[in-house]
Design a protein around this ligand. Structure first.
Ligand code: C2E
Ligand code: CA
Ligand code: CA
Ligand code: CA
Length: 278
């Protein structure tokens, strides 16, 4: 770009245009992806570190484009949230999770599945009612479903959040706070909202063995959860040392590559039948 004001203006304008074009293309591709069934749900086990038993699964959205390229949800969920398409994508995930819960139960492998809920979905009118209806339609025990919600989502509209959470709790669904400790929120909501599980964010786990601040934050979260009788899951556990340190601090439920990667249900069956990770 030229240094003078006029040319620089043109440089910026074309850059903005490029970004907008890319967003429009992504938006269009997401619609096609929904229509053409390019989305799938992968499951990652949550494991009790002491016994190695699988205690639950997290549903994670996967997008395999027609050209074979896998696109990370981190790269398209934010735009889908902006455009509102997350609502349709979320209902695809809910339907798939319900079908899989029915299949797991029929196979004698009934197991709690958690799914990620974005702010837009959670704040939507009738959200809790739709969850209840989907469970009811599948004849699924509500205790088998857990919803992962971030602090930011809860803080959006506090009154609506509280009402939604209470309705979900009455239905029998569990609630977990995802990426705990990374949002900007008041801790008092832990007392006022019916929260079942805190998920310790992987950004704290990553360097916990070398960074004493991260280790201290984890220790504080564990104490907080224990004193409020809220369950814990540590995310992004990749090393034996991390698992050992977490267990020593009082968190024994782990999720991470050390135990299992997210995978399609078809590949997960042997682990589910065995009830444990290898
Ligand atoms: P998240 O909910 O915090 O999910 C955890 C992410 O960490 C997943 O990435 C998972 O594959 C990855 N992960 C698991 N174990 C390890 C590990 O040991 N090390 C490392 N480095 N990473 C690990 P993924 O699947 O790419 O998802 C990214 C984010 O996209 C999720 O973060 C969640 O915020 C969002 N997302 C995924 N599926 C859905 C969905 O169905 N609906 C909504 N609204 N958001 C979703
Ligand atoms: Ca999650
Ligand atoms: Ca997380
Ligand atoms: Ca995250």
């Amino acid at each position: 770009a030229k240094q003078d004001g006029k040319n620089r203006y043109h440089f910026f304008a074309s850059e903005i245009e490029e970004i907008l074009l890319a967003r429009n293309a992504l938006d269009r591709d997401l619609r096609i992806a929904l229509d053409e069934s390019e989305f799938a749900v992968a499951y990652q086990p949550k494991v009790d570190a002491r016994s190695g038993r699988i205690v639950g699964l997290e549903a994670l959205l996967r997008w395999c484009r027609a050209d074979g390229v896998q696109v990370s949800p981190a790269d398209f969920i934010p735009l889908a949230e902006e455009t509102g398409m997350i609502v349709q994508i979320g209902s695809f995930v809910l339907d798939q999770v319900c079908r899989d819960l029915v299949e797991l139960t029929a196979a004698g492998c009934a197991m709690r599945i958690s799914m990620n809920i974005s702010g837009k979905e959670f704040q939507e009118e009738g959200f809790a009612t739709r969850i209840a209806a989907a469970l009811d339609a599948g004849g699924i025990a509500p205790a088998l479903l857990e919803l992962e919600i971030t602090e930011g989502t809860l803080m959006g509209d506090i009154e609506r959040s509280r009402a939604n959470l209470l309705q979900l709790k009455r239905t029998g669904v569990s609630i977990s706070i995802d990426d705990f400790g990374t949002g900007y929120s008041s801790l008092s909501y832990l007392k006022n909202f019916p929260i079942d599980v805190l998920k310790i964010d992987q950004s704290f786990v990553r360097d916990m063995l070398s960074n004493t601040q991260d280790a201290s934050i984890i220790s504080a979260i564990i104490h907080l959860a224990n004193s409020l009788q809220i369950a814990l899951v540590a995310e992004g556990v990749e090393q034996e040392g991390q698992a050992a340190a977490l267990a020593a601090m009082g968190c024994s439920t782990m999720q991470g590559y050390l135990y299992a990667r997210p995978m399609p249900l078809t590949l997960l069956w042997p682990l589910l039948k065995a009830g444990r990770v290898p």
